[in-house]
Ligand binder design. Structure first.
Ligand code: ZN
Length: 107
């Protein structure tokens, strides 16, 4: 895993998706693999919904999505809009940052 310039881990190539994930379209699927700085779509199990995460440098949390922005398909989500935080995600991000730092230190 690579790090951003500020030391936070880059999630490019890693997906945060639900079980039985079946993307509505390729454009949506593409955005589940990208870095948070490229507009990333994530499934947050704690909130049972799809979110566009906001980097910590911009206040963190995420914007809920009710529909696919590309094809208009209705997403399985508890929320259709608004900004939320996820304690699960924050814990996961800290864990990833620690793992990423270990990798960097071992290099
Ligand atoms: Zn779609």
């Amino acid at each position: 895993m690579k790090n951003h310039l500020d030391g936070t881990p880059c999630l490019k190539g890693l997906q945060d998706i639900p079980e039985n994930y079946n993307p509505c379209c390729e454009d949506f699927d593409d955005r589940t693999y990208v870095c948070i700085h490229d507009i990333r779509y994530e499934w947050w199990p704690e909130r049972q919904g799809w979110f566009i995460p906001i980097h910590a440098s911009a206040g963190s949390g995420g914007i809920a999505m009710g529909y696919c922005p590309h094809c208009g398909h209705k997403l399985v989500s508890q929320y259709s809009g608004g900004r939320y935080i996820s304690l699960d995600k924050m814990k996961k991000d800290v864990k990833r940052a620690i793992e990423s730092k270990k990798e960097t230190d071992e290099r």
